[in-house]
Design a protein around this ligand. Sequence first.
Ligand code: B3K
Ligand code: ZN
Length: 849
Amino acid sequence: MNVDAPQKIYLSDYTPPAYLVEDVHLTFQLSKTATRVISKIRFVPNPAAVSRDFFLHGLELSLISAAIDGKAITPDLSADGLRCDVPDAPFTFEAIVEINPAANTVLEGLYMSGGMYSTQCEAEGFRRITYYPDRPDVMSVFTVRIESDAPVLLSNGNPVAAGDGWAEWHDPWPKPAYLFALVAGDLVNYPGQFTTRSGRDVELNIWVRPGDQDKCAWGMEALKKSMTWDEEVYGREYDLDLFNIVAVDDFNGGAMENKGLNLFNSALVLASPQTATDKDFERIEAVIAHEYFHNWTGNRITCRDWFQLCLKEGLTVFRDQQFTGDMRSAPVKRIEDAILLRSRQFREDNGPLAHPVRPESFVEINNFYTITVYEKGAELIRMLKTLVGDANYEKALNLYFDRHDGDAATIEDWLAVFEDATGRDLSQFKRWYAQAGTPQIHVTDSFNNGTYQLHFKQEIPDTNGQANKAPHVVPIAVGLLGPDGTETHKTTICELTEPEQSFEFDGLQDRPIPSILRDFSAPVILKRNTSPEERAFLLAHDTDPFNKWDAGRALAVDVLRDMVTTNASPNSAFIEGLRSVLRDPQLDPAYQALVLALPSQEDTAQDLHANGYVPDPQAIYDAHETLKLHIAENLQDTLVRVQADCTITGPYSPDAADAGKRALGNQVLSYLSKIDAGKAATAQFETSDNMTQQQAALTCLLSIGKGQDALDAFQQQWQQERLVMDKWFSLQVICAAPDQTAATALSLTKHADFDLKNPNRVRSVFGAMISNPAGFHHKSGAGYALLADQLILLDALNPPVAARISTGFETWKRYDDGRKALIQEALSRIAAKDNLSRDLAEMVGRMLG
Ligand code: B3K
Ligand code: ZN
């Protein structure tokens, strides 16, 4: 793991593989501590190669024997693979290696989870299984034999034969090694069935530990909905007779799209009304869809190299966003995505970890599975669709699937498809893939003789290693409202291509009120001097649901900024705006809940920083608390009425309509508990029959410091349910008072059920701690010191997860000198550690800058 001088890999250094793989046969003789992997790989020289260097990746493998065309060889072994002389013609390479799944705490390659064997190979985990060209542009047909006494033995593709203690699988679709998967264990299946529109019968299964079958129905429905949606919207059918999903308890990420054998973090597939919240249900539906959609955008067409990760991830996130929008409410989904992008991606884009959607170099690719690659990557697809139009988007996607099926493709290939399908030159658009940083669009306007002019000026801030950026093409959706609130100009797209550019709207009687960046048409920050009255007007009248919500959001951001910087009282425009939204019977409760929710403390910190202030996390926390109290006191009657309207009679259903009512009811509860000493929350906690209501009530009680009894009851009730206990751990840290957060997290690490080897449990404590800004950034520095201690411990077990959680430090340069010094000390202490992983070393190095 320890690398003295971590090697940086550059996109510009890409060369085609020297050898291609025709087919591969793998035999796994499974044993917890000494699994044998016997490989037989047919190689052919690649005509496109620039060298004949035969190198196979391999990490922490014990080589027992190797042979070429049946003759034993002694290859040159190094820390990261092997080399040997090979014939200048097709040949067969065979090897026997031994690996130790029980000792694999990195959870990449083959590892044990709760007594079962599982794998994770993306991005570079296959090299921990056997020697192989572990790069996505080497695609091959895999045949796999598993020998084990475990009752269920699974791999990719179709089962071809099985007997006592063995099973054979064959995947007819050529794939890169990162899509390989194997599972063996004591599992039971929740079955399902789907017939594709061309008549292929597909057997579906969700495999879980015995006892978890009652938590699979929702996931199975989500899978069927995804299969139907991809046929209807993208014309894509499933291409095997079997589709398996397995729930895995110890999992570094969310889920993995292995061909025909998707592996899921159990938190993202198992759900029952009692154990999962509405948000969990929604997320499960989205992630099942996401992994399923990868079958075409990722598996049938994969990436040439890992720099092209956004090719599959950006597109697949965009597709899952569309899916959720279609299954639920499109405006609500769009707002949720914008909230996420602004709070997390904008933060990344404007800090020391900024990188382009297609990075140009990396040390450890795991560190680039980021919100920029995924979510900003999805925004680029959305903009492309806006720029070329829906019909052209469909035409281009069909061409993409036709032209590149079976390929390992690049962003250049992707853009060429759009250029060929539409005739549009996308060279300027391509800058979005190469330039990091969130563009700022400054807007001014004027009105003369019936003509309204909008003037835009774009600025792309310098980011680490990138300065003087060229202008982007930015689709800015604009609509105009008259003074009476009617829409005088429907949405049109202003295509900003120059550093500064004006757009005119003629034939107007009165000066209009502009609604700019409708539907969040580009991932940019809009800068415009706007009065609270104008924002309130848009909140009341905008016909674009996104901008209507955003007007309320902007009011809240302004109020919080004023409260923090001048101790101002919240303006009445904001409170009255909320009141009228809550009283509007036409509005969807899920939407009202979003308007009623305040920006996060992180959003306020970002806003203060962007406006030249040094954010004080404690002052931000205090302002948020004061504002919540102010809202509760000033809107009490309305809130009580809304809460009554949100009552649901009848059994729990996770559908969007009921979930929306609960979201609004619980948002209201969070305000009312500030003034009723937790009475309503206690009643809800005691009577609720579902996790959404129970968790919301517990959160309210913890937030007002009255949660101990409920917390104990919750633990008593759920101590056997691992996923619910993750919530128990996490809520305590999220809701801890700022001066108690680090102490709470530390005491939880001493709990008998805390396990540094289980990523979900680690995230439930330390993911939670870094999402509690006032607690994590408490001026004592206790949060920083604790995180550094724990990252050092975790890094020795699981570097990818340690590296991910280290991003809690990424905002450090925006704080005061005292906090900066403490964070710098924490980061330097990590950096100085012997045997630091490449993963964490790269992250800490980038953050220290
Ligand atoms: N493709 C996987 C991510 C794998 C993460 C590797 N560090 C899940 C997804 O995006 O669908
Ligand atoms: Zn994905």
